[in-house]
Design a protein around this ligand. Structure first.
Ligand code: SAM
Length: 341
């Protein structure tokens, strides 16, 4: 047999073929209640396997992966949770991310069908994708995992924040970002605009979360030019403007926002960007690829594009928080002002 003389090493790629399975492995541990069980009490493999009803040798192997991955600590044969696992993988934690793990897993079916989608065409994007309880719960859980806290910190750091009284959260689902912002300002109230079917379902979430009277859900079809009102001190939009950023619709929309804002009012955008590097860029490029496989044109807006569009729409005095300056994941937080008259 004629074996090839190799010119480069395949080792890193080979490792990656295994480490890429980590989300599935964490998902199994969540499904087995492994993190919940260790949250109650650190324990050794045999006892844990008895509690979970699993094979002890396989459990040992799973525990070692999670330890090496940084999710568990091991001392004197007992495993305990490290902070990330305690915060995000224990089902009773307020920041539990179980649904988010599952929805990422579903997204990967797009990758499984990628060849077919790329050669024969794939799904057409459905803008009502988000209008069901499962997605709304998943987005709430994702929000609680850090996005909302991060956005609220950015908005509340703006010098105008304390004088704001009325805000609009555009395409805001049932208003989880608004809730985080309202928590930091007792005199602020919010209108959250989303598709009529989402706005209808929003009422019970708003009441359950205790924001009735301060947060109103309004059914507005933004694609059809629906009216989101006027007289706002803050207009906030997160993860909605991607498609519009590709053509004149972004500037058209921003002009409408400018009219909706009071003089001195602030527009805040939070959207993902490809203006990142290293591992962040790799993950964002994968997000972009999966987005396009899913039939949606892009999931990123550059700082340059936002700056250009906001300037054309008549905004001034920008405040930008870039991913490397501490925004959540690969998000660009961007505040722009209407001149005070
Ligand atoms: C990616 S989600 C973003 C939700 C939230 N702002 C966030 O960042 O998590 C997009 C939102 O836009 C809403 N949406 C989609 N098409 C819409 C339309 N034509 N009019 C109003 N809202 C729409 C969806 O229902 C969904 O809540």
């Amino acid at each position: 047999m004629n074996f090839p003389e190799l010119t480069v090493d395949f080792k890193d790629t080979c490792n990656m073929l295994f480490t890429a399975k980590m989300p599935q492995i964490i998902g199994t541990a969540v499904d087995l209640n492994l993190f919940d069980t260790l949250a109650a009490e650190p324990m050794g493999t045999d006892r844990l396997a008895r509690e979970l009803g699993t094979d002890s040798s396989m459990t040992q192997s799973l525990l070692e992966i999670l330890r090496e991955g940084g999710y568990l600590a091991a001392k004197a044969g007992h495993y305990s949770l490290n902070p990330v696992a305690r915060e995000f993988f224990v089902s009773s934690s307020p920041a539990f991310q179980g649904r988010v793990l599952k929805s990422m897993d579903k997204m990967s079916t797009l990758l499984g069908n990628a060849r077919e989608i790329m050669t024969q065409g794939g799904p057409v994007h459905d803008e009502t994708l988000w209008a069901n309880e499962e997605m709304m719960e998943t987005m709430l859980q994702g929000g609680r995992g850090g996005k909302v806290q991060s956005a609220a910190a950015f908005v509340s750091s703006l010098p105008e924040f304390s004088s704001m009284r009325r805000m609009c959260d555009i395409a805001g689902s049932f208003g989880y970002f608004s809730m985080g912002i309202l928590d930091r300002h007792p005199d602020l109230s919010a209108v959250v605009c989303d598709l009529p079917e989402v706005a209808e379902a929003a009422g019970s979430y708003i009441a359950k979360a205790g924001y009735e009277g301060r947060l109103e859900a309004r059914g507005v079809d933004l694609g059809a030019g629906g009216d989101f009102g006027t007289g706002y001190d803050l207009v906030f939009v997160s993860n909605y403007l991607y498609e519009w950023s590709l053509d004149h619709r972004l500037v058209d929309f921003l002009k409408r926002v400018r009219v909706a804002l009071n003089p001195g009012g602030v527009f805040v955008s939070r959207h993902m960007t490809l203006d990142v590097s290293g591992e962040d860029l790799k993950s964002q490029l994968m997000m972009e690829y999966m987005t396009r496989l899913g039939g949606y044109p892009t999931h990123a807006i550059s700082e340059a594009r936002l700056t250009e569009a906001l300037t054309q729409a008549g905004f001034c005095d920008f405040t930008v928080r870039k991913p490397e300056d501490g925004s959540y994941d690969n998000t660009l937080d961007f505040a722009a002002r209407v001149a005070a008259s």
